[in-house]
Ligand binder design. Structure first.
Ligand code: SIN
Length: 279
């Protein structure tokens, strides 16, 4: 197995490993270590059916909860992210976020497998929230360390949210409901349960406030953090190929599906793995 970093700290491409069969202990350990080092791993040249994709994912944990989106038939933990060539309207995932951060135990990792990739465009961008944390001043780190962010799915899946209403033109079946209005609090700074590194844990899609702060105060601080956390220096970008599988760590990375491939079809399969309450 060959691991080639994409940037100095975030993301790596992985070659010469076959994910269609159970991994031997050494290879699994090497992947876990590479994942801890790079937070985003893009495995190239894979050929997986849905069962093999699930079996690969389950070597790293158990399935997480997948709300609001109808999964593929017979596989309740696998989503098909599909965009027809002529499809308009908001693109799923096209905003900086960490998957399902509104859940009490947000997913540890997400795995995305490229089935049909546009000839150009359709990359996924990532930003390291460890680098974002490390670039803050000590007083700012100290202030944030005592605060809890309020997370909610309402802007995306609430009745008035981006995907709140059924839309027969949309190729993905996304069904928002009132449960999206619930809120959950998580620390603004979390510590990774495996690496022990600290990262910012906010995102503009799901973080709607800061516990105990007036809306205007929270907005000013969150706007600063949203802008700060997406600095280009903290980023990497995965250029998809047919058969690429990318796995990212939602505990320390945000991602963004780039909406730049109108006229081309894109189809991906997605699995999230269960995480733990952020601390
Ligand atoms: C997502 O947010 O999970 C979608 C990412 C992508 O489609 O590139």
């Amino acid at each position: 197995m060959q691991v080639t970093p994409l940037t100095g700290r975030l993301g790596a491409e992985v070659f010469d490993v076959d994910l269609s069969k159970p991994l031997d202990v050494v290879t699994l350990r090497n992947i876990e270590m590479a994942f801890a080092d790079h937070s985003v791993l893009c495995f190239r040249d894979q050929s997986l059916d849905v069962d093999q994709f699930e079996a690969f994912a389950l070597q790293f944990g158990t399935f997480g909860d997948t709300p609001f989106i109808t999964p593929i038939d017979g596989h309740p933990n696998v989503l098909r992210l599909l965009r027809r060539a002529d499809e308009q309207g908001p693109l799923f995932g096209s905003g900086w976020h960490s998957d399902w951060s509104f859940q009490a135990s947000p997913p540890s990792a997400t795995l995305l497998y490229g089935v049909d990739i546009p000839a150009s465009g359709g990359d996924t961008a990532f930003i390291s929230q460890e680098l974002a944390y490390e670039a803050l001043s000590a007083p700012m780190q100290q202030l944030l360390g005592g605060l809890q962010g309020v997370h909610s799915a309402r802007r995306s899946y609430g009745p008035k949210g981006t995907f709140g209403q059924a839309n027969p033109q949309r190729s993905m079946e996304i069904i928002g409901d009132e449960s999206a209005l619930r809120t959950t609090c998580h620390p603004l700074i979390r510590t990774h349960p495996i690496t022990g590194r600290k990262s910012l844990f906010v995102n503009e899609v799901y973080t709607i406030g800061i516990e105990g702060m007036h809306d205007a105060e929270a907005k000013a601080l969150l706007d600063f953090l949203f802008n700060h956390s997406r600095r280009i220096d903290f980023s990497c970008r995965v250029r998809w190929q047919q058969g690429s599988l990318t796995m990212w760590d939602n505990r320390c990375v945000q991602h963004y599906a780039i909406d730049d491939y109108f006229g081309h079809r894109r189809e991906m399969l997605r699995i999230t793995l269960a995480g733990e309450p952020p601390v």
